[in-house]
Design a protein around this ligand. Structure first.
Ligand code: PLP
Length: 398
């Protein structure tokens, strides 16, 4: 058969290394620091089983029918109330739509705003799922370096000054994927100020914000947005379950309306049963206490991982100190290609994610890599970090 000529939009897209690594994860004995999921022991399976049974017994017609594209009304109201509690009330003229995960909110926003060749400024490193969504619309990505307290806003300003066609700034300001870094309050204010001066939107992606285990809350950029400039994306993936695929978008109504039409041609509406399950869970299962417990568990595992690094890693390997979320970011330095390092780790039955996946510029070689601390057991965290330490020492690092 002849080769398929794929559309220009997608022909250079590569599967995310993270999703690829899922395949290796089924190997027996593998220790995975590669995924991005909450700890499996925190999934509210028993509650969701009871809820699903109740929905199918008592509300089957609603659950099994088509729903409206904007989402299940009670869940919209609950999500708005949760956001308001976090200081994210939305402005007059904002509205919220439920999406199939935060990923779809990012993709549909891109679809609604980006013409081929338009620019998106994004953190370097950033979330591969978003970067690939941007690439699939032939956006030009403008990397902005990350600092210890979030993106380098001075560099962002230079990028915006030099490139007229940038449409929005993509940021994950809280417990960033992949770095675990949180943007300081001062930088959040400057970010809003810079975006206003250059007349660009901010796409604030915040799936991890509720998973703080140390330090003080920093308000979402959206909570300080007085001019409907921030397009806010959230998700129930990291707080309830990623498999249910429920996220949301809060943005000015004209944009949300366009996203709604884009969603109609994509999947009509998000899975109604899943939305009803999340709604009932939020209503009757003390979800906040469970989210807090899950964050505490993550914090314990993160501390253990960092202690193990202290013990087993050579001294010159840098790593971030997240105050929440699911990831930390290490750098081997010295020109090591972390893709090769990840392959060596896999030979030792430890899965990690090379930082290469998180580079807006795919040709950039990086010595950095991402570790997830929520999924492995405490025993495997120690075993896995010890094994990584041995691989690192193989590079002659002390
Ligand atoms: C920064 C970030 N944004 C968005 C998502 C998408 O999550 P979901 O589509 O499951 O809501 C993820 C998932 O890993 C993420 O890390």
């Amino acid at each position: 058969m002849e080769n398929i000529e794929f559309a220009d939009r997608v022909k250079d897209l590569r599967g995310s290394a993270i999703r690829e690594s899922f395949k290796a994860l089924s190997r027996p004995g593998i220790i995975s620091f590669a995924g991005g999921m909450p700890a499996p022991e925190t999934y509210p399976a028993a509650e969701l089983a009871r809820i699903a049974d109740d929905i199918l017994t008592n509300h089957a017609v609603t659950a099994l029918q088509y729903g409206i594209t904007e989402g299940y009304a009670p869940l919209i109201a609950q999500t708005e109330a949760r956001l308001a509690k976090a200081g994210i009330a939305g402005n007059r003229g904002d509205s919220l739509i439920i999406t199939s995960g935060g990923q779809q909110a990012i993709e549909l926003t891109t679809k609604a705003l980006i013409n081929e060749g338009d620019g998106i400024a994004c953190e370097d490193p950033s979330f591969v799922g978003a970067l690939n969504a941007f690439r699939s619309y032939n956006a030009r990505l403008y990397p902005v370096p990350m600092e210890r307290d979030g993106m380098d806003v001075g560099a962002l300003e230079r990028v915006l000054a030099e490139n007229q066609r940038i449409k929005f700034i993509y940021t994950i300001p809280t417990f960033q994927n992949p770095s675990g870094i949180t943007m300081s309050l001062e930088k959040r204010k400057r970010l809003l100020d810079v975006a206003a001066r250059y007349g660009v939107f901010i796409l604030e992606d915040n799936p991890y914000g509720e998973l703080r285990f140390a330090g003080e809350d920093v308000p979402a950029v959206k909570s300080m947005d007085r001019e409907n400039r921030v397009i806010y994306v959230g998700s129930y993936s990291k707080t309830v379950s990623p498999g249910l695929r429920v996220g949301f978008l809060l943005a000015r109504s004209d944009l949300t309306e366009k996203v709604t039409v884009c969603k109609q041609v994509s999947d009509v509406h998000s899975n109604l049963m899943a939305q009803m399950m999340i709604s009932a869970y939020l209503d009757g299962c003390d979800a906040d206490a469970r989210i807090a417990a899950s964050a505490r568990l993550n914090g314990k595992k993160c501390a253990l991982m960092r202690d193990c690094m202290e013990e087993y890693f050579p001294g010159n390997i840098t790593r971030t100190a997240p105050e929440g979320g699911l990831f930390l970011w290490c750098d081997l330095g010295g020109g090591v290609d972390s893709r090769e390092f990840a392959a060596k780790c896999l030979e030792q039955n430890v899965a990690i994610v090379s930082g290469a996946a998180a580079m807006p510029d795919t040709s950039k070689i990086t010595s950095a890599f991402r570790l997830n601390f929520s999924m492995a057991s405490e025993e495997n965290i120690e075993k896995g970090i010890k094994a990584l330490g041995e691989v690192i020492k193989g590079y002659g690092k002390r």
